[in-house]
Design a protein around this ligand. Structure first.
Ligand code: F0G
Length: 457
């Protein structure tokens, strides 16, 4: 088989800035050992997130010029609405400035004190928006999903037995909706099977509970279904995506991932009364229903991105480019979550740095070491992001996994950039015993990973 190449050529370039190790040491100390506080210009390869970091196509840029900026009823909105309706099948399409705005609107209506909202795994902002409404966010990943070394096809699935127990115990009075994140970002970007989505949809229907997708990475998930789920090989990614959406009653979407845009999101759903309430909230903080939190030009680029992201050449390259890195790292004996997920490489920091206990944040320590070694920025998804102190006893409760996520922006880096990333990780692995843990010096009450400051122990 020949190399799967980038299915595009480069039209505009942006220079990278090289820094010395001494300079990076200064920068990291000034940033309080938090990579979110490092200026992007001081980063060589930025794998902090795949969100809002995509390179747009020439057609998307053409759409930027072509955007209709009318306050109400802009042509760009109607194109966007038609694209989302054809993709999802949902009747009501409500544009928002990004995914979390759609989440906030949905959970302000359906959440609230005493409510419980389950998900295969909530990502950070989803969890925060649920908790801010007063509701509880419950994760129901499978046991396989929590095993970084086990190779299986759909480790992002919902734990069906766990969901059934929860629904039986709490009923529709306390569970206002069930969510499912595709792909499962908190669980190494692992995909969810159509079969699992079907079972969740059936369970929700039998309890009369609405079922929503957190659909940020729906196209990557559809590709995994196409290539792994029996009977799906001959189907197009669009057809598979359409079936995923059809199983649910609505979705929240961050266009900053599989919308291939730098800003944008939406809430889409079928229920008339819920849509009306959502539009009322939208007007208060986002904007008029035909633009939400976006400019006409953003809607134009977003609609175009939703078409391009389902192209088979793109998805084949996208998924292969992540697997390529995971396979090289695995060959080098480096503990990496397997199999490769859709948008990122997840290092298993617990196995990488076994001498650092969870309360000394091995993931954060590893992410900082990668920056010092090669100017690579990654993101801890472990006990900094999801660890907690018990409110009663004060005891430390670690996150289920200590991961470092190297999220790959869409259509931005080439294979040689990724070879450099592999070399840097290998160099850090070779001297892993010299890396020490960290302690938190200051932290905010919510979403602490964004702004906490650390100190080496
Ligand atoms: N849901 C999931 C699964 C996400 O990964 C994100 C964002 C959101 C919702 C919120 O969307 O950023 O447009 O408001 N995740 C980014 C990340 C930030 O780095 O994984 P948003």
């Amino acid at each position: 088989m020949k190399t799967v190449i980038e299915p595009f050529k480069i039209k505009t370039v942006e220079p990278l800035k090289f820094t010395t190790r001494a300079r990076r040491e200064e920068i990291l100390a000034a940033a309080g050992w938090n990579l979110f506080a490092v200026p992007a210009e001081e980063v060589l390869i930025d794998l902090l997130t795949d969100s809002g970091t995509a390179a747009m196509s020439s057609r998307q840029w053409a759409g930027i010029l072509d955007g209709d900026e009318a306050y109400a009823g802009a042509r760009s909105f109607y194109r966007f609405e038609k694209t989302v309706r054809e993709l999802t099948g949902y009747r009501h399409v409500i544009p928002t400035h990004q995914g979390r705005a759609a989440e906030r609107i949905l959970f302000s209506i359906l959440g609230g004190p005493g409510k419980i909202i389950p998900n295969n795994s909530h990502f950070d902002t989803t969890r925060a928006n649920i908790e801010v409404s007063g509701a509880a966010a419950v994760d129901l990943p499978t046991a396989e999903g929590l095993d970084p070394a086990l190779v299986q096809d759909f480790k992002g699935n919902m734990n069906l037995a766990g969901l059934e127990r929860l629904l039986k115990r709490e009923g529709r009075e306390r569970v206002p909706l069930v969510l499912m994140t595709v792909t499962n970002n908190a669980c190494a970007g692992q995909p969810v099977a159509l079969g699992n989505l079907r079972r969740v949809a059936e369970l929700c229907r039998s309890y009369g509970i609405p079922f929503f997708l957190d659909a940020c990475r729906f196209a990557e998930n559809a590709w995994f279904i196409k290539t792994r789920e029996p009977g799906c090989r001959g189907r197009s990614p669009r057809e598979i995506a359409r079936e995923m959406f059809a199983l649910a009653d609505g979705c929240t979407m961050s266009g900053k991932k599989d919308g291939l845009v730098n800003i944008g999101g939406f809430l889409a759903l079928n229920d008339e009364s819920l849509a009306q309430q959502a539009r009322n909230l939208l007007i208060v903080t986002e904007g008029f229903p035909t633009y939400g939190g976006l400019a006409g030009r953003d809607l134009e680029a977003f609609a175009q991105g939703l078409e391009e992201v389902l192209e088979e050449d793109y998805l084949r390259y996208r998924i292969r480019s992540i697997a390529y890195v995971v396979e090289r790292l695995d060959e080098l004996g480096i503990p990496v979550y397997r199999p490769a997920g859709g948008h990122a490489v997840y290092l298993d920091a617990r196995a990488f740095l076994p001498h650092i206990p969870p309360q000394e944040y091995p993931g954060q320590a590893l992410a900082c070491a990668l920056y010092l070694e090669g100017g690579i920025r990654s993101c801890e998804i472990g006990s900094v992001m999801f660890g907690k102190h018990d409110p009663d006893t004060g005891a430390f409760r670690p996150a289920p996994l200590e991961q470092v996520r190297l999220a790959v922006p869409r259509r931005v880096y080439t294979q040689s950039h990724m070879d450099y990333v592999i070399e840097t990780i290998a160099a850090v692995f070779a001297r892993r015993r010299e890396i020490g843990g960290l302690r938190i010096v200051s932290e905010p009450p919510l979403l602490r990973h964004f702004t906490a400051r650390f100190e080496p122990l």
